[in-house]
Design a binder for this molecule. Structure first.
Ligand code: SF4
Length: 285
């Protein structure tokens, strides 16, 4: 297995840092086309000519046993495990002929292989008040609840959620579609952030929100987004088009609706993804 020391050494020539890379236009084009596909899609071929798997790591916490299990998979089938900025583990360097066995090993280790599509993604969080000296609210139970309830809800474009324990926003709360940070009297809620070529900073829509009310806000934001967005439009654009005031107004109207329907959509979508070719099943090959 390559260590990061080895990788850095490979990047240097004559003790001078060399980070240049020749664009691989064919691979780039193929990847852009894959991103346009409907339904579930896994990670495709990477720059090293091999394949990658995205492994879900809810709350970005791993027990010693889970770390060992993932290390075994990486050692046997891949070159390195890279933590994505969304806190998934991307196992890279898998030979095409090992892809099925690597996927099986990930699932047998108790992890999910994640598909990537137009839906609510894995919830990103900082350690919050359970570990961070600055934490004002506990992020881990909040992120777990939001993840288990809403991950997978189909949306017009990808929908990212971030939970930070205090206004420092280490989980990039204001650069996600729905971001919250802890305060001394609850949570502040921000909507419409994103990264990409034209980053957008999320805007505040509520403060002093109780933990029980945060999922209600998320459900209401999802309903408003799903009803107002044009096809393939990210939330930032929807809010820019209709205005924050109108978005807040519409969100307020569905704030007290039960969200079991969205939770069912999420569960159904996750089950369907688990049966799809990119994330499962294990019954063939
Ligand atoms: S956002 Fe606050 S609680 Fe979370 S890691 Fe940063 S400083 Fe700590």
């Amino acid at each position: 297995m390559k260590t990061s020391e080895t990788i850095v050494r490979q990047m240097t020539k004559d003790n001078v840092m060399d980070t240049t890379a020749k664009p691989n236009l064919d691979l780039r084009k193929a990847t852009v086309e894959r991103k346009k596909l409907d339904g579930y899609r896994c990670l495709g071929k990477q720059r090293d000519g091999n394949y990658a798997l995205s492994v879900g790591v809810p709350t970005a916490c791993l027990t010693p046993q889970q770390l060992r299990s993932l290390a075994d998979v990486v050692e046997q089938y891949a070159s390195v495990g890279h933590f994505s900025t969304a806190q998934s583990m991307i196992i890279v360097g898998i030979k095409e002929h090992d892809l099925y066995q690597a996927k099986r090993a990930v699932m047998e280790a108790g992890f999910e292989v994640r598909s990537i599509g137009r839906d609510v993604r894995q919830v990103k969080c900082c350690p919050g008040a359970d570990y961070s000296p600055f934490g004002l609210q506990r992020t881990l139970p909040m992120a777990t609840f939001l993840e288990e309830t809403f991950r997978g809800v189909p949306t017009p474009m990808k929908f990212k959620i971030s939970v930070s324990g205090c206004p420092n926003c280490c989980a990039n709360t204001k650069m996600n579609e729905f971001g919250i940070h802890g305060t001394t009297d609850g949570w502040k809620i921000f909507v419409g952030g994103k990264m990409g070529n034209s980053p957008t900073v999320a805007q505040e829509i509520a403060s002093s929100v109780t933990s029980d009310d945060v999922p209600k806000y998320l459900a209401a934001v999802l309903r408003t987004y799903k009803s107002q967005a044009e096809p393939n439009e990210r939330l930032a654009k929807t809010i820019e088009r209709i205005g924050l005031r109108e978005f807040k107004n519409l969100t307020g109207k569905s704030l007290n609706m039960p969200y079991e329907d969205l939770a069912s959509q999420a569960k159904e979508a996750r089950e369907s993804a688990e049966q799809s070719e990119c994330a499962g099943p294990l019954g063939h090959q």
